[in-house]
Design a protein around this ligand. Structure first.
Ligand code: DAT
Ligand code: MG
Length: 140
C-alpha cells in the first residue's frame, strides 16, 4: 500500500469539478484517507513548490496556486503514486492521453486542474505539508 498527495487546483475548484475528480480516483479503487479545502498563501505555495524555485514558471505557478482555494487529499492504494500520475495525464493537457483528468478538464499547462506527488520522496514531504499523522484515516 502506498499513499500520495493530490490537489485539485484553483481551476478545478472554481469550475465545480471536485466531485467529478474524486469520483474518477474512487472508481479506480483509490481510497480517500484525508481531505481538506484550503486557500494557500503565496508563501505557502512557494514552499510547496520549492523544488521548482529555479524554473522560469515558479512565480506564475505560485501566483496561480495561491489565487483561489484548492482541495488537498491523500489517496491510498497499491502503487498509488504511479497510478495517480497515469490517471492525471501529462502536465500539458494538450499532450495528455484520452480519458485522463488533464485531458478531460485541463485548460493549459499552468491551469492543469490536478497535482499528484511524482515519487515516494515527494509524497513523504507533500503529505505532511497538509496533514498531520492523526488526520490520515486508513481503511483498516
Ligand atoms: P507535474 O504537475 O505534471 O508534476 P511539473 O512538476 O513539471 O509538472 O510542474 C509543476 C506545475 O508547474 C505543473 O503542474 C504546471 C506548472 N508548469 C510546469 N511547466 C510549466 C510551464 N512551462 N509553464 C507554465 N506552468 C508550468
Ligand atoms: Mg511535479
Amino acid at each position: 500500500m502506498e499513499r500520495t498527495l493530490v490537489m485539485i487546483k484553483p481551476d478545478g475548484v472554481q469550475r465545480n469539478l471536485i466531485g467529478k475528480i474524486i469520483n474518477i480516483f474512487e472508481e479506480k479503487g483509490l481510497k480517500v484517507i484525508a481531505l481538506k479545502k484550503v486557500r494557500l498563501s503565496k508563501e505557502q505555495a512557494k514552499a510547496f513548490y520549492i523544488v521548482h524555485k529555479d524554473r522560469p514558471f515558479y512565480e506564475e505557478l505560485t501566483d496561480y496556486m495561491s489565487s483561489g482555494p484548492v482541495v488537498a487529499m491523500v489517496l491510498e492504494g497499491e502503487d498509488a503514486i504511479k497510478r495517480v500520475r497515469e490517471i492525471m495525464g501529462a502536465t500539458d493537457p494538450a499532450e495528455a492521453a484520452e480519458g485522463t483528468i488533464r485531458k478531460l478538464f485541463g485548460l493549459d499547462k499552468g491551469r492543469n486542474t490536478v497535482h499528484g506527488s511524482d515519487s515516494p520522496e515527494s509524497a513523504s514531504k507533500e503529505i505532511p505539508f497538509f496533514f498531520s499523522e492523526f488526520e490520515l484515516i486508513g481503511a483498516e
